[in-house]
Design a binder for this molecule. Sequence first.
Ligand code: NAD
Length: 286
Amino acid sequence: MAVEINRNDALIIDNQPYPIVGYGTYPATGNECAKAVEAAIKAGYKIIDTATFYRNIEPIGDVVKRHGRQNFYIISKVWIDSLTPDKVREDFAKTLEQLQTDYLDAYLIHWPISKVPIDQTLKAMDELRLAGKIRHIGVSNFTINHLRKALECKVPITWNQVEMHPHFYDPELLGFCRQKSIVVQAWGPLARGRLSEDKLLKSLGEKHGKTPAQVAIRWIIQHGCVPLPGSKSPEHLRQNFDVMDFKLSDKEMKMIDDIAKGGERERYSWLDEFDYTYEECWPFKG
Ligand code: NAD
């Protein structure tokens, strides 16, 4: 298995340990992004999440190059307008150029869409993997149905990056991913900053001497997932990384699970084609 999280909550990628908390770079761009990534690297982050859609790959590339490309695990995502094989290759080449590198650690499909059959996109990505240019292939915002269809293509899928925080999670999806050895990355782990005033997280935080954000990140880690909190504030990004010196009890985990299960996910009006209840994704013979 390429990626696993061991009993001590340590993340092991291709037999090498990585700090489990990754850094989410959206929506920072330009110099502001470069400064934030610089602060994240100083704080100890090794995993950096970006995407073509974020328009911040160039500043990330500049900073990472200064600190030694090989020291980081960089995730990028191909946008929904570039999922045909030619467009995937084009997006990938541009991503490498902007990052000033010759490989990506993880390349993900940002959102599933039904316009392009998934096997076409995944096969194009797999050719790049087989050529040694992508270490791990992943998807993002995929439901169980999407994953089932994707797995029919027999291309190894290492990651699924999905929304997950104490105000929303999908335990069935997590179980399915575990069963298929797909590791979940949690986007929006702080519910976009809304968690700071959550009463339960505040009280658990007080008990452990931690902030609500740190409790949220810890909850994600104890679910065997990789949190990707975003922040431009050096103080917040240091805080979000400092979560390995306490543990939530089973009872505390369950209390958070209960509110998260009943929560609501974000909806994106600009992705009106995509429907979370859509059962017949990619209605082609796979
Ligand atoms: P998030 O939940 O990480 O919240 C970020 C917000 O929380 C920011 O406004 C920040 O100021 C605030 N914050 C950060 N640390 C804090 C702390 N310690 N205390 C209080 N407030 C704090 O949401 P996000 O940034 O949208 O998601 C994280 C990352 O996930 C993004 O940067 C991006 O890389 C990724 N992402 C992926 C997708 C996808 O479709 N795959 C979608 C959204 C985001």
